[in-house]
Design a protein around this ligand. Structure first.
Ligand code: ASP
Ligand code: MG
Length: 403
């Protein structure tokens, strides 16, 4: 029988009424003859509230205990949803990440899925039950509970869809799909009917919050068809799939922005082999996610080096750099968290020239200064002052005729 994995985000299950509504939708899919496995997020802003609780106890909670705490949010939601489905006369059963065989590495609070062994899920599906799986969590080889990073339920859903051989993975959320830009900033942004995995990956990693980046990586790797759509209506959403020929005809598919990063500049670093390796090696060892990196030309044997990291990892990053001070003999290190990154993404860039110039021109016309630039085959990103980023998004949306 055909199987569909549905994932419900936090806003779609924020209240008992919404949980019952989700249950109705799940049951109607089951009635159409599908086997259904559901991945669920914590209710509403539960994860934020749990994190906030932890900060009331200590500003340095251990990763292990944070994971014990945060994983409880999805556990509450899965049990309630399973009860709701059961009470509608359809047998359901809920499982934690661990019970569902979601095996991860040992990196607490941002673990990566290493294997999915969904034996119990398969057994219950075979009995005709609807299976509800807690998103965002897994179990390490040391039998510890882990979580996958904020927004990680999407990744659980894709991994499970692949492991179960689902024909589709539906991501049910509070927006109608993937847009050309954040509609809260650009009211004339359009919903996309389809987007390639690569474009979605670049948008997600550039700050578009509609999908967890890792979930898109997995979907691409295992060719899992994603359907991002609203849980509040039946409208078709956005299909994320393999690239097709005519997708190249669009120069820029969408604009994304990210205001959650901070910039670190190390001034007057000695310009000799091994310095970058040492700096970024030490950040990597601390599991800090470095995004953009620029290094200036060297002047009198030293150079300035800037890079961006998630704001939440800034203090840790500065700590790592500080430890290298005597060894590296750099002058000083400056942190700046009033920055934001704006990116344009599109497969069409591969075969067209002048795209970067057009982007810089649009920003220049608004008097927006560019501080860092990075490019990939299908993406161009610029770091600007944070208060200017919304205007940058609007200007680019217009310049690339996405209205
Ligand atoms: N509940 C987690 C979060 O808020 C995971 C998720 O919703 O995907 O980040
Ligand atoms: Mg999410």
């Amino acid at each position: 029988m055909n199987l569909i994995v549905q994932k419900y985000g936090g806003t779609s299950v924020a209240t008992p009424e919404l949980i019952k509504r989700a249950a109705l939708r799940i049951v109607s899919l089951k009635k159409k003859g599908y086997d259904v496995a559901v991945v669920i997020s914590a209710m509403g802003d539960t994860t934020d509230r749990l994190l906030n609780l932890a900060t009331k106890i200590t500003d340095r909670p251990s990763g292990r205990e944070l994971d014990m705490l945060l994983s409880s949010g999805e556990r509450v939601a899965m049990a309630l949803l399973s009860m709701a489905i059961n009470s509608m006369g359809f047998p359901a059963i809920s499982f934690t990440g661990s019970q569902s065989g979601i095996v991860t590495d040992t990196v607490h609070t941002k673990a990566r899925i290493k294997a999915v062994r969904p034996y119990r899920v398969q057994e219950e599906l075979k009995k005709g039950k609807i299976v509800v799986v807690a998103g965002f969590q897994g179990v390490s080889p040391e039998h510890e509970v882990t979580t996958l990073g904020r927004g990680g339920s999407d990744t659980t859903a894709v991994a499970l869809a692949y492991a179960l051989g689902a024909e589709q993975c539906e991501i049910l959320t509070d927006v109608d799909g993937v847009y050309t830009a954040d509609p809260r900033i650009v009211p004339r942004a359009r919903k996309l009917d389809a987007i390639s995995y690569d474009e979605m990956l670049e948008l997600a990693s550039s700050g578009a919050k509609v999908l967890h980046t890792r979930s898109v990586e997995l979907a691409k790797q295992y060719k899992v068809l994603l359907h991002v759509r609203s849980s509040f209506n039946e409208n078709p959403g956005t299909i994320v799939k393999e690239e097709e020929k005519q997708m190249e005809e669009i120069l820029v598919r969408g604009i994304a922005y990210d205001d959650s990063e901070a910039k670190v500049t190390i001034r007057e670093v000695p310009d000799r082999p091994g310095v970058a390796a040492r700096i970024f090696g030490s950040l990597a060892q601390a599991n800090i996610n470095v995004d953009m990196i620029i290094q200036n030309v060297s002047d009198s044997g030293t150079t300035d080096m800037s890079f961006t990291v998630p704001e939440s990892e800034l203090l840790q990053a500065l700590g790592c750099i500080e430890k290298l001070r005597t060894e590296m003999e750099f002058k000083d290190v400056v942190a700046d968290n009033d920055i934001a990154k704006v990116s344009i993404v599109g497969l069409g860039m591969r075969s067209h020239s002048g795209v970067a110039a057009r982007m810089f021109q649009a920003l220049a016309e608004k008097g927006i200064n560019i501080e860092m630039i990075s490019t990939s085959e299908i993406k161009i990103s610029c770091v600007v002052r944070r208060p200017e980023v919304e205007e940058a998004v609007k200007a680019l949306h217009k310049a690339f005729e996405l209205e």
